[in-house]
Structures are given as C-alpha cells and as structure tokens.
Design a protein around this ligand. Structure first.
Ligand code: GDP
Length: 305
C-alpha cells in the first residue's frame, strides 16, 4: 500500500534537487504536484486542502535551516505534516487503573474486527497481560464460532452465549449483545483477566439499528478504549464510515486493517485527520502476527522513502 503515492512524491521532490533557492513559483508547482498525488491516492479532499495549505505556508515561511537545501526542507515539512495527519504521536492502549481494561471493537462487517481480536490478544499476552475475549456479534451465524477459533489460536478464553441459552440465564445470556457484553466484563473481573476485548456486530453498511446497539454496549460496559477497525482497501467510503462511527460510538482510536493490500490507501490516511482520533494499530495480513503498533513518524518516513 502507498507505493504509488510514495513514488509520486519522491518524483516531485527529485525535481527540486540542486535548486539553491525556491521561488514562490517553485513552491506552488511542488504543492500542486503533491495535491495531485494525494488526490490520486484517494486522500479526502478537505484533508488534501488543509495539508497542502500548511505545506505551502511553511515552505514560503521563514523556516530556513542552514543544514538543509530547499528541496530537503520541503521534504521535511511534508514529512512532519504527514505525521500530523496520521495522529502525531504513537498512541498506546490506555490501561485501566483498577479492574480489567475494557477494549471494545467496532466497524463494518468484514473490516477485520474478529481477526484483530486475536491479534490484539496475542500482542497483549506478549506484554504480560491476560486477555479474555467476549463474543457480542450475534448477528452473523458464524461470528461466535469464528471468535472461538481465533481465541483458541491466540490461546485466550472466549466468553460467548451458549447456543440455546435464554436471556434470563444471567451468566450466559443469549440473543442480547448488551447483556452478553456486560456479563463478559463481569466474568473477566471475576476470573481476574486484566484485559477484556469485546467484539461487536458489524453490518455491510452503517445503519441506525447497528449503531444504536453499539452505543448501548458502550454505555453498558464503559470501555477504556473503543477501537474503530477500518479496511484500508475500501477507498473513499472509509472516511464516511469513520465519521458515522465516530458520531455513533465516539471511538478513541483507529485500527487500519488490510494495509498489506495494494489499494491506493489514501482514504486510510484521511481517517485520523477527519475524526481527530489517532491511528493506534495497523493490521497487515491474515495471520495473528501480522499486526503492529502504529507509529505515525515511521509511516510518514516509509511513504517518503
Ligand atoms: P469482521 O467481520 O470485522 O470481524 O472481519 P474479519 O475479522 O472476519 O475479517 C474479514 C476478512 O478479512 C477475513 O477473511 C480475514 O482473514 C481478512 N483480514 C482481516 N484482517 C486482514 C488484514 O490485515 N489483511 C488481510 N489481507 N486480510 C485480513
């Protein structure tokens, strides 16, 4: 992902090599190229506008460094602004001070939530935590089984409703995702798991009922983190979906999934900027280890490499 954006930006900067001084016309031509490259990569229009505006302003401003030639200076500015739109600093999971840290996953069906539940469990286990998974996706017939398989692979227990249980059986309520979420968190507390990851239902598109259910789960379990998982391959839809989820569940962080794909990826670059929420993790494959903490500075350097 980002290969073509990366090539375009590198080519743009190459044109500046050897220039001793940049005129306003040079800066404008460069900014125009950057704008085209970002738009072609699917970065959202308002994000592009703000980004190029800031690059232009800074490139024309008084930031003169004796150590860098004008071309290098623009690369530095673009790098810093890219870090900014990706959320700035690396943001780690905020752990609860007492009781289990509660992490809720939200996103469209197919975004990669269930897979992420396994990856995140594995990652947290490696850091010495003892995670438990809770299966609240009761919409899709196979979702609970899928989470159980993921849990088994990651070596973490999964709290799920018994098939056929009734909603009056408090410790294993069936059919009601909010009750399952609440009971799952209680179970984690009782069994001394220090992290509980709650998988929720997704739909193929945002709908009011699904959002209301996610909102109710959020209200019931008061999570420390609500991670919005977004498929980086879905292009411009990523931005609208992110805004709908942010309004619906006020998520605290973003997970970009399927970054291993060859889509243009710019929409994924826009999600943090349009919501003001940080990208926290990147998913880069189907395997449990294809997952990393997201470092905005490293991603920016990779794009400008
Ligand atoms: P959910 O509906 O949000 O729970 O999504 P799933 O976790 O079931 O993932 C949907 C599909 O995407 C599955 O086939 C996963 O194997 C696949 N998938 C998930 N994350 C990634 C990723 O980072 N890269 C790739 N290539 N595939 C992924």
């Amino acid at each position: 992902m980002f290969n073509s954006l990366s090539d375009r930006l590198t080519a743009t900067f190459k044109n500046l090599r050897g220039k001793g001084r940049l005129t306003e016309a040079d800066v404008d031509a460069t900014v125009r190229e950057i704008r085209r490259a970002l738009l072609d990569a699917d970065v959202a229009v308002p994000v592009v506008r703000e980004f190029t505006g800031r690059v232009r302003e800074r490139a024309l401003g008084a930031e003169v460094s004796a150590a860098l030639n004008p071309g290098q200076q623009i690369v530095k500015i673009v790098n810093e602004e890219l870090v900014e739109i990706l959320g700035g600093e690396t943001r780690r999971i905020r752990l609860a001070k007492t009781g289990p840290t509660i992490i809720m996953l939200a996103g469209l069906q197919g975004a990669g939530k269930t897979t992420l539940a396994g990856k995140l469990s594995r990652y947290l286990k490696a850091q010495g935590h003892s995670p438990m998974l809770v299966a609240c996706d009761l919409q899709r017939p196979n979702a609970v089984t899928q989470l159980q398989v993921v849990g088994q692979r990651a070596g973490v227990p999964v709290f799920a409703p018994h098939p056929g249980a009734t909603s009056t059986e408090l410790d294993h309520p069936a059919g009601d995702p909010v009750a399952v979420a609440r009971a799952g968190v209680e179970e984690a507390r009782r069994t001394l798991h220090d992290v509980v990851i709650v998988d929720t239902a997704g739909r193929t598109g945002v709908d009011a009922e699904m959002m209301e259910q996610a909102r109710q789960i959020r209200r019931a379990i008061v999570p420390n983190e609500v991670l919005f998982v977004v498929d980086a391959m879905i292009g411009q839809d990523a931005v609208n979906t992110a805004m709908a989820f942010d309004e619906g569940v006020n998520f605290t962080g973003i997970v970009l999934s399927k970054l291993d794909g060859d889509a243009r990826g710019g929409a994924a670059l826009s999600v943090s900027s349009v919501t003001g929420k940080p990208v926290m993790f990147a998913s880069t494959g189907e395997g449990l280890d294809d997952f990393e903490l997201f470092h905005p500075d490293r991603m920016a350097s990779r794009i400008l490499d």
